[in-house]
Ligand binder design. Sequence first.
Ligand SMILES: [Zn+2]
Length: 669
Amino acid sequence: KVHSFDWSALPNTGERDTPPATGRGDRRPPASTSIDPPRGVRTLDFQGRSVELIHRRIHNLYRRPNCSRRQWLTPPSPRSSPWTTCGRPPRTVTWTGPRILSRRTRSSSTNPTPPGAPTSLGRSSPMPIPRPKSNQSSDSFVFQLPRDLPPFRSRTFKLPFHPPFTTRFLPLQWAALNNRVAVATYLIERGAAVNATDNDKQTPLHWACVRGSLPCAELLLRHGARLDQADCRGYDPIHVAAQYGHTGMIYHFKMRWNAEIDSHDSDGRSPLHWAAYKGFPDTVRLLLFADCHIARPDKEGCTPLHWAAIRGKSEAAHILAQAGGVALLEARDAEGSTPAQLATEKGHKSLGFFLANLQARLGKRSFWEEKGMAVVCLSLILGLVVMFVHLIVMAPGMTQMDVHAAGWSWIVVLTSGAGLYFMYMVSYCDPGFLDTGVKGHGNGIEPRSPVVSGKLCRNGYGRVSSNEASSKLNAALNHPELWSGNWGSMCTTCRIIKPWGAKHCGVTNRCVRRFDHYCPWMGNTIGKRNHRNFVVFLCLETVAMAAAFGVALQRLRQGGPTPPQWTYTGVVAFIVCDVAVLFPVLMLTGAQLSQVFRNITTNELSNAHRYQWLKDDNGRFNNPFDRGCQSNTVRFCQVVEDEEEIQRRVVMSVREMGDMLKEKGENMV
Ligand SMILES: [Zn+2]
């Protein structure tokens, strides 16, 4: 169902008021393809879905407490409404705050000095934290505060009191911190300056970024709050959002307010340094995708990867290392340490090992590194065929084969020959690599190739500088997957939004459509375009080896004059070799076929715990794309082009429905 929605009520930011999902229309599957939802799942209309998505976002931003779904479709005016954040329970924030990154605090876990956050909150806060009790609605709180204030007279009215504390925290800061939009609106109406600062030179916007109070931040910005105002340590609000991992907030600032997200604080650290240090992989992804300087050295010469290594934040380090390539891995800080050395030094042994290994792996691979195992596989098959012909078919001293055995022998030779052809196809065909350029799924922004090839650009890694490039970047960022908070869909190495099912292959270092696995025996990734050939190859070789096994057994049992002893030895040797290869190949073929019948990839199966859509409500494994064995096989054989699109839509509608159901439950409570 498509709700009518008044787009003019959205924040007044020019062109971006249009729903960002409209660009998606180009990638609609042709109308002729029938899209059948899997059992038990309702697929929303395409246009409806995208609109729904935006509604959800607005809903999450500006939801009024205890209002129905219909009500929130009309966003409240900033003046009158008690907005709150979405229905999630408030984040419990421990007020230790991010530590100042310095040599001193690298090893010590005590003595945290909170930079981005209000320092003494919670422990010895001079004002009580305005937090309504559980049985109070936020409205009742709204009416408590104005009781102390004089009645409203004029717009220029100054607040009569300033908190008489040394910190000089502002009421507007407290309202922003706890996302009290009504209070903030009241204070602003009575003349509270949105860019006023406390003793740490922090503005209310800084505090809003601590807890991710996006509605309040949006209110402040609409009243002229500045995103580039730095506090006494040089942190602007983006730094603070990065320190607390509010990826959505950074995205909002970038897209709606065109914020500069790569500024540096007084120690030369960018938001990327902070996100890496605190280990927020999604924030790191977004900042990298938005072209932040990946190798910016701070005052100690540390890149973001150094800081991720120091703290042992492995996921963030993986992303940075993958995107930065060899040059970043070899970068040295002021004391001459590489990230791998620092990780080992700080006791994160596995991370250090990984980084050291990756350094070797990311370089250009020679033919033998790439296809060496494929050559072994090829010679194994050829060797078995030669053995079969010499030891079984020709078998010196034995009688000639009968017609049946001869027929089967031909089958063995022909199927293994055909198998080799399919092996060549798998090994040398494009498995469905995604374009990083303008064509196909690419978006026209440069991939990070200069880094991979090992050169550090002076102004960063292929950073955009021209207006055209920056508008391209904004167009690439303006993507429904990102608006819906699906940060994992960004590939920071190829710099594309990965379509559904695609995954970045760590070995070939490119994104592959419907990624299955990397097969060293083929020397190639198995993906959308060569998966079918791979399965055919496996089946052919299994048939060939099983037939050879049968013929060899028949040879042993056949009568006739007794051949010399070594002929028997040869036959037995062939049977042993054949079975030794047949057994693992049979297992692999069985596994691959069962995955084809169930419409699931090896990658999805082995990483099922990481994919939310492969779990049912009880957290057990459940594949929503299983359409029954026959339909799955037909689709696999046809290599249906829009398969991923269908799956994506199913998952989106499941996600939407899940949210709706949750909402319903909340309202009932
Ligand atoms: Zn990629």
